[in-house]
Design a protein around this ligand. Structure first.
Ligand SMILES: C[S@@+](CC[C@H](N)C(=O)[O-])C[C@H]1O[C@@H](n2cnc3c(N)ncnc32)[C@H](O)[C@@H]1O
Length: 207
């Protein structure tokens, strides 16, 4: 990532998502984030689309390493009704103590982090025993679609600020030692096939 971050992507991100936010994505965010409790970490918080949905938690640390995204995030902190702190930490190196977080929120981030394995290991490290990982993500399809996603990924990640449409994120979460408590796969309306299906996941660190 350059020192200025992905300025064009950050500038158009909310407009690109506006239709989805109105029709399904906003509701999915609200339902998932409503599960958050205690001390919360949100990685790759982007422009702050989840901020307004937090209720009754102690505090939320919103980590966003891209300066262009982080500037937008900072300008939207007044949407939150809970205490929020901004961090510039990448998900692979959060700089938080072991077992210090009750809930980690990841929406549309595990597709973009540089190293999903290191990220999930880091999330497991900072989560308290019994903590929860809340994920909303587009993931690798099956069969022909998966092979097509593999072919398109090198180009897509260049125009999509590092987004990989072909990641098997569910398997990566299990490999990292999380136990899946809830998982739902769904095909949202009017979303390009390259970034379908979506999954919603609640997972807990295994013992
Ligand atoms: C598609 S945007 C999603 C933003 C937001 N989470 C949402 O739900 O709208 C992907 C985000 O992941 C962030 N990101 C990319 N690499 C990251 C990393 N290594 N650690 C944390 N965040 C990262 C990007 O800066 C960007 O804000």
């Amino acid at each position: 990532m350059s020192a200025k971050g992905h300025r064009v992507f950050a500038a158009v991100y909310d407009r690109l998502n506006a239709g989805a936010e109105r029709t399904w994505l906003g509701n999915r965010r609200a339902d998932l984030v409503a599960r958050a409790t205690g001390e919360v970490l949100e990685i790759g918080a982007g422009t702050g689309a989840n901020l307004a949905h937090y209720r009754g938690v102690e505090r939320v640390v919103v980590a966003e390493p891209d300066p262009a995204m982080r500037a937008r995030l900072r300008s939207r902190l007044d949407r939150a009704v809970v205490p929020v702190e901004v961090s510039d930490a990448p998900a692979e190196h959060l700089g938080l103590p072991d077992a210090s977080i009750d809930t980690v929120v990841c929406t549309l981030v595990l597709c973009s982090v540089a190293d999903p394995g290191a990220t999930l290991a880091e999330l497991r490290r900072v989560l308290r025993p019994g903590g929860q990982l809340l994920v909303l993500e587009h993931v690798r399809g099956e069969g022909h679609r998966a092979r097509w996603q593999d072919r398109v990924t090198p180009l897509w990640r260049r125009v999509g600020a590092g987004c990989h449409p072909n990641r098997d994120t569910l398997a990566a979460i299990e490999r990292a030692g999380f136990h899946l408590e809830h998982q739902e796969s769904f095909d949202p309306p009017k979303v390009p096939a390259i970034i379908r299906p979506f999954v919603e996941i609640v997972a807990r660190p295994g013992s």
